[in-house]
Design a binder for this molecule. Structure first.
Ligand SMILES: *[C@@H]1O[C@H](CO)[C@@H](O)[C@H](O)[C@H]1NC(C)=O
Ligand SMILES: *[C@@H]1O[C@H](CO)[C@@H](O)[C@H](O)[C@H]1NC(C)=O
Ligand SMILES: *[C@@H]1O[C@H](CO)[C@@H](O)[C@H](O)[C@H]1NC(C)=O
Ligand SMILES: *[C@@H]1O[C@H](CO)[C@@H](O)[C@H](O)[C@H]1NC(C)=O
Length: 233
């Protein structure tokens, strides 16, 4: 079946998009709130502290900030929430630009699969020993348990997996990493997403639509380990 879509068919998509925008906006902690989630500052002897000074970053409360090359804005490149008495982690999206996150020495019970979705730069995590690395071991170059900590090092590129599970973006779309265990398929310019939609057999589908105009990009997200788990059951 061939699909043809005009602006009218995009309306439900846009409504969902707007709903998501507000829904998440009301929950999302701002970058600053995240840095002030618990007392104290990043100690300069800590892993994040050392990373920050070697990256020419600026420490403020529990965050390390650095200016972006391309814009004038400062972004969080390091987040140190160790010893914060956190029992669960809900929203860290304000730190999605982070390269290093330390959540050690917290009584965290579990962390949702999607917490680190979009954290494309994340390359070093320190977690309590009992918490698995986001996306599972297969999403990281190296996972090790060191005392009471679990260290996840080197985020793997999910678009470049040659292993047993062959996951590919649909034809005419481009694959891009989208955080540990996630990848993102964006339909190539001339396809406007229909091809991706028709051929996609993905468990989750997210649609981002620019407000105004008819063009939109379909984004398919796949939680690789979940799929792998489902397969091995
Ligand atoms: C660590 O930080 C303190 C103040 O927070 C500063 O006085 C000290 O010089 C710093 N040490 C190093 C090695 O940067
Ligand atoms: C965390 O674990 C509890 C039970 O141990 C469960 O009810 C809850 O859904 C889990 N939360 C997440 C985000 O996985
Ligand atoms: C993940 O890696 C850690 C550390 O190497 C290991 O202890 C653990 O058993 C691994 N988990 C799985 C599911 O392979
Ligand atoms: C892709 O995978 C190959 C083999 O696993 C590796 O040598 C190469 O560096 C990877 N490329 C990227 C961009 O990660």
């Amino acid at each position: 079946m061939k699909m043809k879509a005009g602006c009218s068919q995009l309306k439900p998509v846009l409504l969902i998009f707007i709903f998501n925008l507000f829904f998440y906006a009301s929950y999302e902690l701002t970058e600053l709130q995240l840095c002030e989630l618990c007392s104290g500052t990043v100690l300069n002897v800590s892993t994040v502290g050392q990373f920050c000074s070697s990256s020419a970053g600026r420490i403020e409360r529990r965050c390390c900030w650095r200016h972006d090359n391309t814009s004038d804005r400062e972004h969080i490149i390091g987040l140190d929430l160790s010893s914060c008495s956190l029992t669960h982690i809900e929203d860290l999206q304000g730190a999605s630009t982070a390269l290093m996150i330390d959540l050690s020495l917290n009584p965290i019970v579990n962390i949702s699969n999607s917490t680190f979705q979009g954290f494309v730069e994340l390359n070093y995590m320190i977690l309590p020993q009992d918490i698995v690395c986001p996306g599972g071991n297969s999403s990281w170059e190296k996972v090790e348990v060191n005392g009471t900590n679990r260290i996840c090092e080197g985020q793997k590129d999910m678009c470049n997996q040659t292993g047993q599970l062959s996951i590919n973006c649909p034809e005419n779309s481009l694959c891009a990493p989208y955080g540990p265990g996630f990848f993102e398929c964006s339909c190539a310019d001339n396809y406007h997403g229909y091809k991706c939609l028709r051929e996609g057999e993905f468990p989750t589908l997210q649609v981002f639509g620019p407000l105004g105009g008819c063009t939109f990009v379909i984004t398919l997200l796949l939680w690789v380990t979940q799929r792998r788990k489902a397969k091995s059951l």
